[in-house]
Design a protein around this ligand. Structure first.
Ligand SMILES: NC(=O)c1ccc[n+]([C@@H]2O[C@H](COP(=O)([O-])OP(=O)(O)OC[C@H]3O[C@@H](n4cnc5c(N)ncnc54)[C@H](OP(=O)(O)O)[C@@H]3O)[C@@H](O)[C@H]2O)c1
Length: 360
């Protein structure tokens, strides 16, 4: 099973509008990251009601070390990824999303090496790392959470992280109440600053929120799929419930795995690398169906002097969610990060919403 072939998404505690110096949060005991101001002014957001403050757009690292789905080691490798990491930070991005299963630990290991180099160069700049726990069937003891976190922290080379996320709402033998209790214990122990779930339905998210509230710890985030091509959370209750409970939505696959960059299109057909070849949306016919949305993205982008990817990411931010687009090199990271510099009119946002509904 590929854990990232999923569907869902968005929320919302915004501070998107203001240009502020980021004030990071803090575990005083945590080397190697002195908490202080970032490299430049950037839009920031507080995760949940009292979680860490992060850039309003993060970078996803599923493709970092993943050969099977994304083709790591073919057209891009560690050098390109470190340049992506550096380019994102140069644009003021401080949030990086990974998971223990990405590249079977390789994504965390790469990020750990990049973090080490970063803190040697810039000990004054703090970053926020979000990683994920995968609820495997044989992880039936609460110690599994602690052990998995220890392994992730070791690969990342840090003593604590901003966000620890339950990758999927699987129960197996451990059960959600015990899982939430084990996570809350790690917050109290200081190894994680805030808790997130991922791919949780509205009801599952509400239950997790209640279980954690009973333990005095808020649920900060639900990470779900959300983009102009995946708007399920707007109607399945996830977005509304997140807003009601003060839970932030982290929007994964915000570029629909590259589709919303408009570089895959019917006119100049090229197949994507890796497992996306199996996705009918990437077929010539699938791309033809999406062409009205591509045309609108391109028109808005050229009018604003930006790119379709930036317009698509800004649309996500306008819905109150925090997009975490993947990036394989410096150019993609910089391009995506600069979505924060784009301002879309209410009319543009509305037009995009309408077209995306029409082609769905
Ligand atoms: N919680 C979960 O279950 C879950 C599931 C999926 C993803 N995620 C997280 O969300 C992150 C983002 O999702 P995603 O990687 O699936 O999809 P995505 O962000 O929608 O698309 C990423 C891909 O699009 C292409 N791309 C990105 N920016 C580009 C640009 N500016 N110009 C041209 N091409 C660009 C790159 O692939 P090509 O160059 O090969 O086209 C890149 O790998 C992941 O890295 C991961 O951290 C979480």
């Amino acid at each position: 099973m590929d854990p990232d072939l999923d569907k869902t998404v968005p929320t919302i505690t915004i501070s998107a509008a203001e240009m502020t110096e980021q004030v990071s949060s803090p575990f005083p005991s945590v080397p190697p990251s002195p908490m202080s101001s970032p490299s430049k002014s950037v839009q920031t957001i507080t995760l949940g009601t009292s979680g860490p403050t992060v850039s309003s757009l993060g970078i996803g690292t599923w493709a970092w070390g993943d050969k099977l789905f994304w083709g790591y080691g073919d057209k891009y490798g560690e050098a390109e990824l470190e340049q992506a990491f550096i380019a994102a930070i140069a644009q003021g991005i401080t949030l990086f999303d990974t998971a223990e299963i990405y590249g079977l630990g390789e994504s965390e290991r790469l990020l750990g090496r990049f973090l080490k180099n970063h803190y040697q160069r810039h000990p004054e700049q703090s970053l926020q790392i979000a990683t994920k726990y995968f609820p495997l069937p044989w992880r039936f003891s609460p110690n599994s959470v602690s052990d998995a976190l220890t392994a992730s922290l070791t690969r990342l080379g840090v003593n604590s992280i901003a966000l620890y996320q339950v990758h999927w709402p699987f129960d197996f033998l451990l059960g959600q109440p015990k899982l939430m209790k084990a996570l809350a214990a790690e917050v109290k122990r200081g190894r994680i600053e805030a808790i997130s779930v991922s791919n949780y339905s509205a009801e599952q998210m509400r239950n997790a929120h209640q279980q954690l509230s009973d333990l005095g710890v808020p649920l900060a985030v639900n990470q779900v799929q959300y983009s102009l091509l995946s708007r399920g959370i707007e109607t399945n209750g996830v977005m509304a419930t997140a807003q009601e409970l003060g839970i932030t939505i982290l929007a994964y696959s915000p570029l629909a795995q590259g589709l919303l960059t408009c570089k895959y299109n019917a006119a100049t057909y090229q197949a994507p690398v890796g497992a996306r070849r199996l996705d009918p949306r990437f077929s010539k016919q699938g791309l033809e169906k999406l062409s009205p949305l591509f045309e609108k993205l391109q028109a808005i982008a050229s009018h604003n002097g930006h790119t379709p990817a930036q317009v698509a990411l800004r649309w996500v931010i306008a819905q109150g969610a925090v997009p975490i687009p993947g990036a394989k090199d410096a150019s993609q990271a910089q391009n995506n990060a600069q979505a924060l510099a784009l301002s879309l009119s209410a009319e543009d946002i509305q037009n995009l919403s309408v077209i995306s509904e029409e082609i769905a």
